[in-house]
Design a protein around this ligand. Sequence first.
Ligand SMILES: [Zn+2]
Length: 306
Amino acid sequence: MSAHAFTAASPPRSGCSRTHRSYLALLFLLCAGLVCADTAPPLSPNVARFVLANAEFSVMHEMGHMLIAEYDLPVLGREEDAADQLGFILLFRLYAKLPQDEIDARLLDIADYWRLEWQTPKPPPDQVLAWDSHPLDEQRYYNIACLLYGSDMGRLDWVPALTGLPYERAVYCDQEFKQASKAVNWVLHVRRTQAIRHHPGARLEFEPPLINLEETEQLIALLRDENHLQALVNEVFLQFHPPRPLTLRLINCGAPDAWYNINAGEMALCYERLQHFREMAENLPRLRTPVTRQCPGPAGLRPGGC
Ligand SMILES: [Zn+2]
């Protein structure tokens, strides 16, 4: 299914509950085949954009870990903070060719995801605690909102009010953005001196989904549309030339996770994470993001629903 076919409407799932007795046997036979197979409702453009933006940020965060490891970069502070900053700046630059309101909406979707994680009650095993290597969800929300606002404080003067980013933090966000941007430029400089110029790039692999087959296939189609994710990964590899071939795998994990495995040379993004993004976007109140008015963007970077 192409993302171009997505609509805002969410029709009810088809079912097999007809009651007319004379048709029961026939219905049974039909339902055992394809006619009454459970059909996942289509992704609305708004939900598709949320899933896509957060899937892309997840991948770019892991790319941040990958760059730190592959180039043995010095890291001051927590690596998870550095990976978030690298991921944000990478994505911010990759989005540069998109319409401005689409860029704003996607980056806000990424901040909003962390707000939803923070404000959604969860059992203790699922909570991020103060001792964890990751920042608290609440901190990641404000960190991303600050980087977004700091990218253009004049044009984005509505971001602090919308996100609740306090003045005391917001006033320095341009410096935070510049600092993160400078770090990425430095990594680019390092790779020019260390990289092997000709390399096979990154392989993108989609494992066959094992659960929620129709819904997962829709999410895979969203990422595959116009070679969307592959285009982003190719662009990062083109810029940074990692010193060895690496693989990005979309896989079944049993948990909404993502990681970079230095031993295997693999980045992984779990289907359960995509599904988690989808459920959040469909069921929880989100920040009022700018309406996506202009579709499509350049080939390979089109937002879902266009
Ligand atoms: Zn991480």
